[in-house]
Design a protein around this ligand. Structure first.
Ligand SMILES: [Zn+2]
Ligand SMILES: [Zn+2]
Length: 176
C-alpha cells in the first residue's frame, strides 16, 4: 500500500503543484525573490544579510550577496569596521567599510564574466542604498524589486528623477 502524506513526491498522482510549502506553485516574482533570500544566507557582514539576483526574460544573469572583496577577510572573521555618514536630511547612517553591497557584487560578477545586464531587472532582499541605486541606474536596470524597505526616503528623489522603477515583492517567511 502506498505510504500516505509525508515524504511523497511533489509531483504525485493527484498532479497538485506543491512548489511552496503552503502548496501553491511559486510565481516568477516570488521565485526570484526567494532565490535572493537564499543567496543572502551566504552574506558575511554581521550588520545584515542581503541577497541580489539580476534577471532578464526569466533567466538569472548574475547574483550577489554582501561581503568583503575576494580574498579579504570577512566581517564574521575580523569584525565590521563601521563608518558614519550624514545624509542631507540630517539623519546619520552607519555602514561597514569592509563590505561590498549585494547589488554591487551582482554587477561585478556580470562584468567579470562579460554578461550584459542592460534592460534587466534586479531582485534584492532590501531596497538599495543611494550609492547602489546610482550604479543600478547607470548599468541600465529597468525595475528594482525589493522585499524589505530600507530608508526609502533617502532615494525617493533619485527614483523620481531617474525614472527607474521600484516595486515591493514580499515573500512570506513560511514560503522561504
Ligand atoms: Zn561588516
Ligand atoms: Zn548599497
Amino acid at each position: 500500500m502506498h505510504e500516505e502524506g509525508k515524504g511523497s513526491c511533489c509531483c504525485g498522482p493527484s498532479g497538485t503543484p506543491e512548489g511552496g510549502r503552503d502548496g501553491a506553485r511559486l510565481g516568477w516574482h516570488e521565485y526570484f525573490m526567494s532565490v535572493a533570500h537564499l543567496i543572502s544566507r551566504r552574506a558575511t557582514c554581521t550588520r545584515g544579510h542581503i541577497g541580489a539576483v539580476i534577471v532578464r526574460d526569466n533567466n538569472i544573469l548574475s547574483t550577489g550577496y554582501n561581503g568583503a572583496p575576494s580574498g579579504l577577510p570577512h566581517c564574521n572573521e575580523v569584525n565590521c569596521k563601521i563608518y558614519r555618514s550624514t545624509h542631507p536630511d540630517g539623519t546619520v547612517e552607519e555602514n561597514c567599510v569592509n563590505t561590498i553591497h549585494a547589488e554591487m557584487n551582482a554587477i561585478a560578477q556580470a562584468a567579470k564574466h562579460g554578461v550584459s545586464i542592460k534592460d534587466a531587472d534586479i531582485y534584492i532582499t532590501a531596497s538599495p542604498c543611494i550609492h547602489c541605486l546610482k550604479v543600478l541606474i547607470n548599468v541600465g536596470i529597468r525595475t528594482i524589486y525589493y522585499d524589505k524597505p530600507y530608508k526609502i526616503s533617502h532615494i525617493a528623489e533619485l527614483l523620481r528623477l531617474s525614472g527607474i522603477r521600484m516595486e515591493q515583492v514580499r515573500v512570506a517567511p513560511e514560503r522561504l
